[in-house]
Write a protein that binds this ligand. Structure first.
Ligand code: HEC
Ligand code: HEC
Length: 248
């Protein structure tokens, strides 16, 4: 990517709080997953091309500079739940999510202009994903902080092991081949927001089997299961120190 492009995107990122609509994201569609707009993982478009390519993490690091404005240079995101932690996520998952955001299948007006402009072709998408995947997962992320944390985590663990472990794994490691995201190290508030949106049919790119499973969950159950998920850690993928960048 050319330097002047990085600079102009960095300027855009610095202006984020003041900006509302930069490059005009597609208007959000309000139907549930039964609607025609719903699509989970159709094997088409730039996603398929990017998945076939070998990502170059060195090039991806350059592109990621723009992303770091929100997701932080370490990929840690923010505990307040606005920006998810990305570090250590499977490249396949990253490519799918970014392609979905670019296509307007997953609403993300804040990030849309950056997702569109920072990576201009499938190769740059593959490179950026390859880089993010190499980052270690910070241990110092947003957890459930209520006084009843132990009870919530225990309740959440029971639900998780019954209904979620099969896909997201014992330690929240997901599954690279099947596009199941890493959950370990993710912020509590982000998890709760995503689970609510997936349950309520607002994330139109969500796995249909998962949607079926969480449809009957109450808000209280989502709190418990998010509390548990935010307590998980993945052996071998976590950072050695709080600042990130070195794996244990
Ligand atoms: C202006 C802030 C901003 C910038 C810059 C930004 N993002 Fe994001 N990103 C977000 C927000 C907000 C979300 C969460 C959206 C939601 O709640 O669904 C997100 C979500 C994501 C996700 C989905 C994560 C998940 O767990 O499903 C990926 C992947 C991602 N961003 C990658 C990137 C990459 C790569 C770049 C750089 C090209 C980038 N982002 C730049 C704000 C930003
Ligand atoms: C059939 C496999 C499957 C099952 C079962 C499943 N999930 Fe998922 N989950 C997925 C996939 C795939 C995604 C990514 C959605 C997409 O493709 O956009 C996801 C996304 C998520 C996310 C959002 C992650 C992010 O970074 O945005 C959370 C949180 C989550 N799942 C938690 C759960 C919990 C808790 C359960 C059990 C109640 C569960 N899942 C059951 C496959 C599954």
């Amino acid at each position: 990517m050319k330097m002047n492009k990085i600079l102009s995107l960095a300027v855009m990122a610095a202006l984020i709080p003041a900006t509302v609509a930069l490059a005009g994201p597609p208007a959000p569609v309000k139907h549930g997953i039964e609607s025609m707009d719903y699509k989970w993982n159709a094997q088409e478009g730039e996603k398929v091309e990017a998945l076939k390519l070998k990502g170059d993490a060195k090039n991806g690091k350059e592109t990621y500079e723009v992303c770091g404005a929100c997701h932080l240079p370490s990929g840690a995101g923010r505990p307040d739940g606005t920006f998810p932690q990305l570090a250590g996520q499977h490249a396949t998952v990253l490519i799918k999510q970014i392609a979905d955001i670019r296509e307007g299948l997953r609403d993300n007006p804040t990030m849309y202009p950056f997702a569109k402009e920072a990576m201009v072709n499938p190769q740059e998408l593959a490179d950026t994903a390859a880089y993010i995947q190499t980052l270690c997962i910070p241990t110092d992320h947003g957890k459930y902080e209520g006084a009843d944390a132990a009870t919530q985590i225990a309740k959440g663990k029971e639900l998780y092991e019954k209904q979620c472990k099969e896909c997201h794994g014992m330690n929240g490691e997901g599954n690279k081949e099947k596009f199941y995201p890493v959950i370990a190290g993710q912020h509590y508030k982000y998890l709760l927001r995503q689970m609510t949106e997936i349950r309520d049919g607002k994330r139109r790119n969500a796995n249909p089997d998962m949607v079926k499973i969480i449809k009957p969950y109450t808000n209280e159950q989502l709190v418990a299961i998010s509390a548990y998920q935010s307590s998980m850690s993945m052996p071998g993928a976590m950072c050695k120190d709080k600042t990130g960048s070195k794996k244990k």
